[in-house]
Ligand binder design. Structure first.
Ligand code: AMP
Length: 178
C-alpha cells in the first residue's frame, strides 16, 4: 500500500477525462505529474521500493510505461528493456497480439535483450483489462525469463486486469486503485 500522502497528491493531480478516446471510457491523464518534479520523484521512489532486490530487469510498455519504467530501472541499477508497439523494432524480435479496453493491438520485443532466468518487472502507467500486460508477460516468458512483478500507477479494479495476470504468479502493485 502506497503512503496515504502520495495517494492523495496523485488523486489531486491525475486528470480524469470522460468519453476519451471513445464514449464510455474514463481516460486517466497522468501527464500533470510531470509538471511537479518532486511528485515525480516520489512516484519513482515508491515504485522502486516495491521492486528493490526483487528483479534483474525492468520492462516498460510503450509509451507511458517508459516515462516511469526507465527511472525505476535507474533507481534499481538494473537494465531497462522496451516493449514496443508493432512495426517499430528492427529484427530480431518477437510479437504478441492482444485485445485492448478499446480495440486490438500487437506488441513486440527484441529477442537479444533479456536473458533466460532473469526476474522481470513489467511496468505500465495503468492496468485496465490487463490485455497489454498479459501480452507483455507472454513475450517475457517466451524468452525463458520470469515475469516476477507487475507495477502500475493506476489499477482500474472493476476491469479485473489483476485476475488476468494471476496465472503468472507474480506480485502486483499499483499506487492508485479505482
Ligand atoms: P489494458 O490492456 O486494457 O490493461 O490497457 C492498458 C493500456 O491502455 C495502458 O497502456 C494504458 O495506458 C491504456 N489505457 C487503458 N485504459 C485507459 C484509461 N481509462 N485511461 C488511460 N489509459 C488507459
Amino acid at each position: 500500500m502506497a503512503p496515504a500522502e502520495l495517494i492523495q497528491k496523485l488523486e489531486n493531480t491525475i486528470e480524469t477525462i470522460p468519453d476519451f478516446p471513445q464514449p464510455g471510457i474514463l481516460f486517466k491523464d497522468i501527464c500533470p505529474i510531470f509538471l511537479q518534479p518532486k511528485l515525480y520523484e516520489e512516484v519513482i521512489a515508491d515504485l522502486a521500493a516495491f521492486s528493490r532486490g526483487k528483479v534483474d530487469v525492468v520492462c516498460g510498455i510503450e509509451s507511458r510505461g517508459y516515462l516511469f519504467g526507465i527511472a525505476i530501472a535507474i533507481a534499481l541499477d538494473v537494465p531497462f528493456v522496451l516493449i514496443r508497439k508493432a512495426g517499430k523494432l528492427p529484427p530480431p524480435f518477437i510479437g504478441e497480439k492482444y485485445d485492448l479496453e478499446y480495440g486490438s493491438a500487437e506488441i513486440e520485443m527484441k529477442t537479444n535483450h533479456l536473458k533466460a532466468g532473469q526476474r522481470v518487472l513489467i511496468h505500465d502507467d495503468l492496468l485496465a483489462t490487463g490485455g497489454t500486460t498479459e501480452a507483455a508477460a507472454k513475450l517475457v516468458s517466451k524468452q525463458g525469463a520470469t515475469p516476477a512483478q507487475f507495477s502500475f500507477l493506476i489499477n482500474l479494479k472493476d476491469l479485473n486486469g489483476e485476475e488476468r495476470l494471476k496465472k503468472f504468479g507474480a506480485e502486483v502493485y499499483s499506487i492508485l486503485n479505482y
